[in-house]
Design a protein around this ligand. Structure first.
Ligand code: DX5
Ligand code: ZN
Length: 218
């Protein structure tokens, strides 16, 4: 069963509450929250206060993607704001095991993201400790970027590593995901689809989600 996680970064921020309600009513399973600090990636987006607003608007899991330096400095605030899942970038975590354990200590689901150029070897040893592996299909920083097709074999490789591990680990893709690219990623083993533009830049969110889920579950 595919999990669809719309990225709220692409929503109309002037109507955050109604956008969250609308996309959940349209069938979204999670809401993906793209946190950027202007250091790990150039843009600054939003912080715990946006998660608080989303928490008041919906009960679906808030999937917080921390594209920030020293993510462990922020865990407490995001947990208190209502985050359900915290995903860190392996490139920002010199002590990945320690960072994973800190998220665990908050009782939240643990995700690790790898950028397109980052080899899976950087995370392989930590798979037994995590709940979700995010294989980025764009370089992080902006919504609306084109899907990087050369990542497809890496998704297949990630699926093999997950199948060999002892844990149920979700395989998430993020960046340039639409009905067509979701189908390609699903064929390589992805099960969680982060979609910004392909949902929020359409008139009919339910139709967009169905197309992504429909093709992704084919
Ligand atoms: C990029 C973010 C993605 C992005 C997805 O840094 O991590 O979640 O917002 O947006 P689309 O689906 O428009 O590529
Ligand atoms: Zn993201």
């Amino acid at each position: 069963m595919s999990i669809i996680a719309p990225s709220i970064l692409a929503a109309d921020f002037g109507n955050l509450k109604s956008e969250a309600e609308r996309v959940v009513a349209a069938g979204a399973d999670w809401i993906h929250v793209d946190v950027m600090d202007g250091h790990f990636v150039p843009p600054i987006t939003f912080g715990p206060i946006a998660v608080e607003a989303l928490r008041r608007a919906t009960r679906v899991p808030l999937d917080v993607h921390l594209m920030v330096e020293s993510p462990q400095r922020h865990f407490q605030q995001f947990v208190e704001a209502g985050a359900d899942r915290l995903t860190v970038q392996v490139e920002a975590c010199p002590d990945l095991l320690g960072t994973i354990r800190e998220i665990r200590n908050f009782g939240k689901a643990v995700g690790v993201a790898v950028n397109p150029e980052t080899p899976l070897e950087r995370v392989e040893a930590f798979l037994p400790e995590i709940d979700l592996l995010l294989v980025m299909t764009v370089n992080p920083g902006w919504g609306g970027q084109p899907f990087i097709r050369s990542v497809l074999p890496k998704i297949a490789e990630a699926k093999k590593l997950i199948d060999r591990s002892s844990r149920q680990i979700l395989l998430q893709v993020d960046g340039g995901i639409n009905a067509a690219t979701a189908a390609e990623c699903r064929a390589q083993g992805a099960g969680v689809f982060v979609c910004g533009t392909s949902i929020f830049r359409t008139e009919d969110y339910a139709r967009a989600i169905h197309a992504i889920r429909g093709s992704a579950s084919s």
